[in-house]
Design a binder for this molecule. Structure first.
Ligand code: HEC
Length: 224
């Protein structure tokens, strides 16, 4: 009994001394490292590199995770051989079409007009008029061409790559195609069951939210 308790006492002393030493040494060492970590401030000069710049270019061929643009048809609107894509890279559902209509209304109508005739509000106030989407030479352009124009801009029209994500650009192209069809359709294009509806007064434009004041508020960010 006695021997055991003596032994335990010594064992405790040794352990406590060790813990205290570790705390002192570890604490001091830790503080130093945390306070004086080597790092550069943005654009700080560096002695390490020949150009003395601490901001380094990405090594050639590196791509941020999730940003690999490996399909030119999706990201450039062009096929492998460089020609403009003639097909949409994903199925055009009603959801995609509605998204395209909404994005077109936000990003294109001020110049191209709601129906795509090129008479948007800022054109009426003096901006260079775009061509009508319904002119034969514009209609026959491929979907990849439209995607590329939205992406890169065209003459007086600025590019929208920084504002409109890739999938939304395609959705807008789909909606432009719908607008084009809407202005060039014949009675034969309307399913027989829907023809009688053509004589009815037109529904309110889909972009008009005046019928629903709550919706108007939530979409414009405040009462107007
Ligand atoms: C600031 C006004 C403006 C905005 C916004 C704008 N465009 Fe344009 N767009 C133009 C003008 C102007 C031209 C003609 C440019 C020229 O010929 O120099 C044009 C040309 C085009 C063309 C080329 C037509 C052809 O004949 O080849 C397409 C396609 C087009 N726009 C689509 C769009 C779409 C889709 C959007 C919305 C994402 C959009 N534009 C937004 C002003 C605009």
């Amino acid at each position: 009994m006695l021997r055991i308790s003596r032994g335990q006492g010594r064992w405790r002393q040794v352990v406590w001394a060790g813990v205290a030493a570790a705390l002192l040494a570890g604490g001091a060492g830790c503080k130093q490292k945390m306070s004086y970590q080597p790092r550069y401030d943005p654009l700080e000069r560096s002695e390490t590199f020949n150009d003395r710049s601490s901001a380094r270019p990405l090594p050639a061929g590196t791509v941020a995770r999730g940003f690999l643009r490996d399909d030119p048809e999706v990201f450039l609107g062009r096929k492998e051989n460089g020609d403009y894509a003639t097909e949409f890279p994903f199925p055009i559902t009603e959801e995609v079409m509605r998204r395209g209509q909404e994005r077109f209304t936000i990003y294109c109508t001020m110049c191209h007009g709601f129906s795509g005739y090129g008479n948007g509000m800022i054109v009426q106030r003096g901006f260079s008029p775009p061509p009508s989407f319904h002119a034969p030479e514009t209609r026959e352009k491929s979907v990849g061409y439209y995607f590329a124009v939205i992406t890169n801009g065209y003459g007086a029209m600025p590019g929208h790559a920084h504002q409109i994500p890739v999938s939304d650009r395609w959705a807008i192209v789909a909606y432009v195609r719908a607008l084009q069809l809407s202005q060039n359709a014949s009675l034969d294009d309307v399913p027989a069951a829907h023809r009688s509806a053509l004589d009815a007064p037109p529904p309110a434009p889909m972009n008009s939210r005046s019928a629903d004041p709550h919706s108007a508020n939530s979409h414009s960010g405040g009462a107007r």
